[in-house]
Design a protein around this ligand. Sequence first.
Ligand SMILES: [Zn+2]
Length: 71
Amino acid sequence: MIQGRCPICAKPFEVERIDDLPTFPFCSERCRLVDLGRWIDQAYAIPGTPADVEPGGAAGPAPGVDEGDAD
Ligand SMILES: [Zn+2]
């Protein structure tokens, strides 16, 4: 008898053999995919991303920069 708790949704499970739970240590395929997705997110985050990169860009040229006389 194998007892455990899904690390994703914290749902307890109990199976006779490990073969009875192909998604071990997760309770279901859905939770297994959730964990996989988290790993992928981390993999994307690993390359040293500069800390000053801000989505939405506060930095940069302000709108309405004087382009001179358009004539
Ligand atoms: Zn789960």
